[in-house]
Every structure is written in structure tokens, then in C-alpha cells.
Design a protein around this ligand. Structure first.
Ligand SMILES: Cc1cc2nc3c(=O)[nH]c(=O)nc-3n(C[C@H](O)[C@H](O)C(O)COP(=O)(O)OP(=O)(O)OC[C@H]3O[C@@H](n4cnc5c(N)ncnc54)[C@H](O)[C@@H]3O)c2cc1C
Ligand SMILES: *[C@@H]1O[C@H](CO)[C@@H](O)[C@H](O)[C@H]1NC(C)=O
Ligand SMILES: *[C@@H]1O[C@H](CO)[C@@H](O)[C@H](O)[C@H]1NC(C)=O
Ligand SMILES: *[C@@H]1O[C@H](CO)[C@@H](O)[C@H](O)[C@H]1NC(C)=O
Ligand SMILES: *[C@@H]1O[C@H](CO)[C@@H](O)[C@H](O)[C@H]1NC(C)=O
Ligand SMILES: *[C@@H]1O[C@H](CO)[C@@H](O)[C@H](O)[C@H]1NC(C)=O
Ligand SMILES: *[C@@H]1O[C@H](CO)[C@@H](O)[C@H](O)[C@H]1NC(C)=O
Ligand SMILES: *[C@@H]1O[C@H](CO)[C@@H](O)[C@H](O)[C@H]1NC(C)=O
Length: 600
């Protein structure tokens, strides 16, 4: 999500004032994201969660122990020890930004191997334009270290707080159809991975995988099941400048435009507000290095935000939900959109002020942001907007890529739903609409299969898993249209369980991936029920129980999977008949029908 947005209510100016005020205070007194791993005694008896403090099924994951290796030798010892004892393992990061349960070792007695202290640069070679780093390094560090050597990672996610190991684990990306595309793993030309091994081999070994070795196509996107990546070598480019202009247009011909725009502009993306029938086009290209400009990106949704502002936003949203106030969401949504537009989406021409487009600057200052990572310790003052320790944003994310050949039809389907229910998607605008980014076919076995547009949809999640959402049927229908009608691929690090239903069948070379998995970790020590389910090895990703469809744990097949007591029933979709969604039965219509019937 480049994605998450800080919304506002009350009057625009009050909130802007408050934010400016708090952003200043935050330089001395705010709160960085918490460590996702908590142990009661000396790195033992631990729990792990993600940055949102909630997995899709809201369970708590446990581990008997966590280790914090400082070197590759420590990693080898940890893996050998666990392999000898047949202990289940998982690699955990300092950031833990994935929504699905990828970081949970199977059972309660597993081992977590944290990459928190593996964040050094090992080698930078200016003439070959390569850089070798440890796998726990964050994107922010990577960008800075490369820039020091006048080098750049050409494409990346928009948020600093991810690790190189985690980005590879889930196939994370920015937006581009150019070069090798926008996925970070496609710039990996070599790596070292520690895997289990036989007793004769000492129970663990380091495998060095270079470009040309087909196993690299397995390890590049591994969902964490192959072992611990220790270090990664990336192919970089000489640092360059970019020029960015955002233009808002109506969405009448968007289906048509969405395909070609990415061929015209290297860093093209879109932010779509379907209810407003508007879309922001990002015109973004490289420019000669002597073009003047020292632009900077500091996306508002990734800034430290006052806890007071966060709680008032959440309370407003909760109130709108409980009153069924779709109109209120539309009004606040439009306000959010115009505030962001005025704020140039966090761009400034010189690091201080926005004076107009285009914004020109060095790539390293524009490619990603995340100043809420810098906050010090005081939650009562401010935090990242989604920090679960404060009352702030809490949401679902449905994120998938649709092949370019089908994207026009998908966009038109969403437009048809908006025509039927004009206010149903206003809630998305509170999270800065739908972010759409280009990705390309990758040789990675679990990477993108075709050139595609990735849709990032962020929306309200209740703190109560049994509570239905306003207009949830429309978003559920969109999710099912994407995943089932158009065969979209879900982002491995986001989404609700339903998006992964039968997912492995969508990967042509899944069997090649599984061969490498069997070779590296024959006893599945790095696997869990969740990874077995997504890889099609055992069980299914969906969980059937009362209210399961409300949280995307299942596709409803009976009313009880929705919330019949609150009048949300399992019904077919409005334009995609095969969809099964939780629809609020229209009490008025029903009684009108009854009246007619009685009248007859
Ligand atoms: C605010 C925010 C913004 C985001 N922006 C974007 C974006 O712009 N684009 C995008 O594509 N995604 C984005 N994401 C999603 C994100 O890319 C993925 O969830 C992700 O890559 C997580 O990285 P992480 O370092 O936190 O890893 P984790 O979530 O901790 O781990 C992910 C997986 O990788 C494995 N893993 C981690 N390190 C290693 C290692 N060294 N060796 C082997 N396996 C390892 C883990 O075991 C796990 O299976 C965003 C998420 C958030 C919360
Ligand atoms: C282990 O952690 C749980 C909570 O996570 C706690 O209830 C229990 O007392 C802990 N056990 C020990 C031995 O500390
Ligand atoms: C290996 O296991 C032993 C015994 O369980 C433990 O004492 C030791 O700390 C472990 N070493 C590592 C590196 O995990
Ligand atoms: C590397 O990680 C450690 C532990 O999280 C941290 O203290 C240090 O600042 C990090 N180094 C850099 C350059 O960010
Ligand atoms: C940098 O890479 C080039 C080409 O691979 C190699 O010849 C050179 O020795 C490397 N330089 C260093 C300092 O490692
Ligand atoms: C949308 O914009 C185009 C030109 O950019 C214009 O021709 C068209 O009439 C507009 N449609 C609506 C519904 O405003
Ligand atoms: C940039 O350099 C090119 C030649 O390399 C020159 O033609 C051009 O005028 C320069 N532009 C600016 C803005 O200085
Ligand atoms: C699958 O993997 C094989 C072996 O690496 C490779 O030859 C083939 O091109 C791959 N197919 C696809 C569709 O990626």
C-alpha cells in the first residue's frame, strides 16, 4: 500500500493545523512500530504478530524460542540445532508487515529466527553496479546505502519499513512495465541461503545460488519455506532523476487507458476513486541528471500521526458504520481526496514546500517514504496510522494482480457495480482509493505469471469479527470477480483467506518450486499448515464457521456464514451471479412485497 491514507474529518483546516502541529512535536516525541515478537522469559515462551496486531483469523501465534543471529555462522548454528531436534522454524523480521500467517511456526513449540540484527552492507561494487546486503536490511537502508555509492534500486515498494528478505518472501513490488518490471526479486542476481541438511553434513548448510541456476527462480519468491536467506546480491543502476506530475481525470475511459499508460511512462500508477468517478494518473519518468530539482516524497499516510487525530478518525468511521451512514463516508471520502490532492500526495519540490508540478528529484528521495519509523517512544502522542497499540486505522486489504489482457473488463465490472450502488465504495476513499500498480511476468516460480495491473484495496475492518460492514457485499463481489472470474493472483503478503482459494493452480511452474522445497527442506521444518494450504499440499485455506464470510475466512454458502441476526444473508452477486456475498436484506422492500401480497 502506497496506499494507506490518513483521512480527516471535522473541517479541513482544523485537521491540517492539528497535523502540522503534531508533525512538529513528533520530531521529539512519537512512537516507532513495536517489535512483533514478545517473550515472557529470556527469548523463550514467545508470541509473534504482524504490524497490525491481527492475522486474518485473529489467532495468536506462539513459539517456544526466538534467536537473534548476528552473523551467518549464528544462522547455521540455529538451523542445525533445530534440524537436529526436528523443531519447526520460521524466519521473522523486525518489520513483520505481512497480513497472512506466514511468520507463524507450526504448533506452539517452534523456533523463530529473527533477522533483526542482520542488516549490514557486505559489498558495494560501483563498476559492476552490484550491492550485497544481509537479508534483514530494510528498504530504507538499502536505498540510502545504494545512494551513497551513487547507485539505485530502480523499482521498489513505496514504504520504507520492509526487509529485503520479507520483500522476496512475498514478491513485493512498486510500479513499472519497463526493464525487468517492478518486483524487487527480479533484481536479485545471487544469494546465500541456510537450509537444513543431513547429519553427515552437520544438520545445516549454506547454499550459494547465482544467476543462471534455476533454483534462484524458487528462492527469489519463497514464501519463507526454503530456509533462511542470509545475504542477497542486487543488480543496481546509476542513480538518476525522475519527474513526477499527478493529474486527476474522470474515469469514463479508464478501462481503455489503464492498459496503455504503463507503456508510456516508466513509473506510471493510478489512484482510483470509483465512487467519485475520478482517477489520478501518475506521469512519472526518468529525466536527464542535469534537470534542476531536489524533490522529496513524504507520503502523508506513512507519517507519524497524532494519536488524537487517529482516534477521532476511527471513531467517525465506527459511527458511520454503526449508523449505516454511507453518505457520511462519501462526504469524508471527498474531503480526504481533496486534502491529499492539495498536499500533492506528500511531494515537495525542495524538501520543504510544494510549489507546483512537475516535481523533479533524485530517485532515492522519491521512490519510497515512511517517516513514522523515526518516531521515539510515546504512544500517547503519535504513531504510524495503523499502529495497533493506539486506537487507529484497522482494515482489510484485498490486493491482487489482473492480467493486462483482462484489466479493461475488470474495471468495467467495478464501474457497473458503482452504477448499481453509487455510494457503496465511498469508504475506500478514506484509505486513499484503489492504488493500481504495474507488474511484469517473472521467472520466479511463485512470481507474477503475466504482465498485469495490481489493485490494492484497503477498507474498514471491525474490531468485532462478527460485525458486518457497510456495503460489504459489493467489495466481496469485487474480490470474487477478480480472483475467480479473472483468475487474479493475490499478493502473498496481503489479503484475506478467500483470495488464496486454490491459488497454487494459477502458477504454471509450481511443481518446480515444490521440487526445490523437497530438496532444501525435505522434512518441511520451515513449513506450516498455512504454507501447506497455500502451496496445495494439505488442507484448504478457508475456514467455515459462524460469521466466517464477514472476515473473508470463507465464501458463504449459508446465511449463518454471514450475520443473519443483523439481516446480512448469503446471496448471489449483483453482476457476477457465481459470487456468494453477505448482502443486507432490504427490510423496506421486503415489507412492501409483503404488503402487496397481503393486498392481493
Ligand atoms: C505500510 C505497508 C506498506 C506496504 N507497501 C507495499 C508496497 O508498496 N508494495 C508491496 O508489494 N507490498 C507492500 N506491503 C506488503 C509487504 O511488501 C509484504 O507484506 C512484505 O514484503 C513484508 O515484508 P517484511 O520484511 O515485513 O517481512 P515479513 O512479513 O516478516 O515476512 C514475509 C515472509 O518472508 C519470510 N522471510 C523474511 N525474511 C526472510 C529471510 N531472510 N529468509 C527467508 N525468508 C524470509 C518470512 O518468513 C515470511 O514468510 C506493505 C505493507 C505495509 C504494512
Ligand atoms: C508463557 O506465556 C504465557 C502468555 O503468553 C503466560 O500466560 C505464561 O505464564 C508464560 N509461561 C511462563 C513459564 O512464563
Ligand atoms: C542449541 O540447542 C541447545 C540445547 O537445546 C541450546 O542450549 C543452544 O542455545 C542452542 N544454540 C543455538 C545457537 O540455538
Ligand atoms: C541495524 O539494526 C539494529 C537493530 O535493529 C539497529 O539498532 C541499527 O540502527 C540498524 N542499522 C541501520 C544502519 O539502520
Ligand atoms: C567489481 O566487479 C567487477 C566486475 O564483476 C570485478 O571485476 C571487480 O573485481 C569488482 N571489484 C571489487 C572491488 O570487488
Ligand atoms: C471525461 O473526460 C473526457 C475528456 O478528458 C470528456 O470527453 C468526457 O466528456 C468526460 N466525461 C464525463 C462524464 O465528464
Ligand atoms: C543538460 O545536458 C545536455 C547535454 O548533456 C544539454 O544539451 C542540456 O542543455 C542540459 N540541460 C540543462 C537544463 O542544463
Ligand atoms: C518452468 O521451469 C522450467 C525449468 O526451470 C523452465 O524451463 C520453464 O521455462 C518454466 N516455465 C515457465 C512457464 O515459467
Amino acid at each position: 500500500m502506497g496506499e494507506l491514507l490518513f483521512q480527516k474529518k471535522i473541517s479541513l483546516s482544523t485537521v491540517m493545523e492539528k497535523c502540522i502541529f503534531f508533525v512538529m512535536i513528533c520530531m521529539v516525541n512519537c512512537s516507532p512500530p513495536e517489535d512483533p515478537i514478545k517473550c515472557t522469559v529470556n527469548n523463550s515462551n514467545c508470541t509473534i504478530t504482524n504490524t497490525y496486531g491481527a492475522f486474518p483469523d485473529r489467532s495468536t501465534c506462539r513459539a517456544a524460542k526466538v534467536v537473534y543471529p548476528m552473523t551467518e555462522e549464528d544462522l547455521i548454528l540455529a538451523v542445525a540445532n533445530a534440524t537436529m531436534a526436528k523443531t519447526k522454524m520460521k524466519v521473522a523480521t523486525r518489520t513483520s508487515h505481512s497480513i497472512p500467517k506466514l511468520v507463524c511456526p507450526e504448533g506452539d513449540n517452534g523456533l523463530l529466527i529473527s533477522t533483526k540484527y542482520l542488516n549490514r552492507t557486505l559489498d558495494v561494487n560501483g563498476s559492476s553496479m552490484t550491492m550485497t546486503v544481509e537479508s534483514g536490511m530494510t528498504l530504507r537502508q538499502l536505498i540510502n546505502e545504494a545512494a551513497k555509492a551513487k547507485l539505485a534500486l530502480p523499482y521498489a515498494p513505496y514504504w520504507w519499513g520492509l526487509t529485503i528478505g520479507g520483500m522476496m518472501g512475498t514478491g513485493a513490488h512498486g510500479s513499472s512495465l519497463w526493464g525487468l518490471g517492478s518486483q524487487v526479486h527480479d533484481y536479485v542476481i545471487g544469494l546465500r541461503i541456510v537450509t537444513p541438511a543431513t547429519a553427515e553434513e552437520g544438520y545445516a548448510k549454506v547454499r550459494t545460488i547465482e544467476i543462471g541456476n534455476p533454483e534462484l527462480d524458487a528462492v527469489k519468491v519463497s514464501v519463507g519455506v526454503l530456509g533462511v536467506i542470509s545475504q542477497v546480491t542486487l543488480k543496481l543502476q546509476p542513480l538518476f532523476k525522475r519527474s513526477i506530475t499527478y493529474v486527476m481525470k474522470n474515469d469514463s475511459d479508464f478501462g481503455e487507458q489503464a492498459v496503455g499508460f504503463g507503456r508510456q511512462h516508466e513509473y506510471a500508477d493510478f489512484t482510483w476513486y470509483p465512487s467519485q468517478k475520478r482517477v489520478v494518473y501518475r506521469y512519472d519518468d526518468r529525466v536527464p541528471s542535469n534537470t534542476s530539482g531536489n524533490g522529496l516524497l513524504n507520503f502523508p499516510g506513512f507519517r507519524s500521526t497524532a494519536s488524537l487525530v487517529l482516534s477521532s478518525l476511527r471513531i467517525t468511521e465506527e459511527t458511520e458504520e454503526s449508523l449505516g451512514d454511507a453518505n457520511g463516508k462519501c462526504i469524508n471520502g471527498r474531503l480526504t481526496t481533496s486534502t491529499l490532492k492539495t498536499a500533492a500526495y506528500g511531494l515537495t519540490n525542495d524538501g520543504i514546500l510544494f510549489t507546483g508540478y512537475p516535481v523533479v528529484g533524485n530517485h532515492n528521495r522519491l521512490q519510497a517514504s515512511g517517516t513514522c519509523l523515526d518516531s521515539l517512544e510515546d504512544l500517547t502522542i503519535s504513531a504510524c496510522p495503523w499502529d495497533h497499540r493506539v486506537k487507529g486505522l484497522f482494515f482489510h486489504q484485498t490486493t491482487f494482480s489482473i492480467s493486462l489482457s483482462k484489466v479493461k473488463n475488470f474495471i468495467e465490472d467495478v464501474q457497473k457495480l458503482v452504477a448499481l450502488e453509487p455510494k457503496s465504495l465511498c469508504g475506500l476513499d478514506l484509505y486513499d482509493g484503489i492504488l493500481m500498480r504495474y507488474v511484469t511476468a517473472s521467472t520466479a516460480y511463485l512470481g507474477k505469471q503475466e504482465d498485469a495491473l495490481d489493485f490494492d484495496i484497503t477498507y474498514y475492518r471491525s474490531k468485532d469479527p462478527m460485525s458486518p460492514r457497510l456495503c460489504e457485499d459489493i467489495l466481496e463481489e469485487i474480490e470474487q470477480i477478480a480472483i475467480f472470474k479473472y483468475g487474479a493472483l493475490p499478493h502473498w503478503g496481503k489479503n484475506r483467506n478467500v483470495a488464496f482459494d486454490g491459488v497454487i493452480k494459477k502458477y504454471k511452474n509450481a511443481s518446480e518450486f515444490l521440487k526445490v522445497k523437497n530438496k532444501y527442506d525435505p522434512h518441511g521444518l520451515f513449513s506450516s499448515s498455512w504454507t501447506d494450504q497455500i502451496l496445495g499440499l494439505k488442507g484448504v485455506v478457508t475456514i467455515e464457521k459462524e460469521g466466517c464470510a464477514l472476515e473473508g475466512l470463507c465464501l458463504c454458502s449459508q446465511d449463518i456464514h454471514c450475520a443473519p441476526k443483523k439481516n446480512y444473508l448469503c446471496r448471489p452477486g449483483k453482476i457476477y451471479q457465481e459470487a456468494r456475498v453477505c448482502t443486507k436484506a432490504d427490510a423496506n422492500k421486503k415489507s412492501a412485497a409483503q404488503v402487496t401480497f397481503q393486498g392481493k
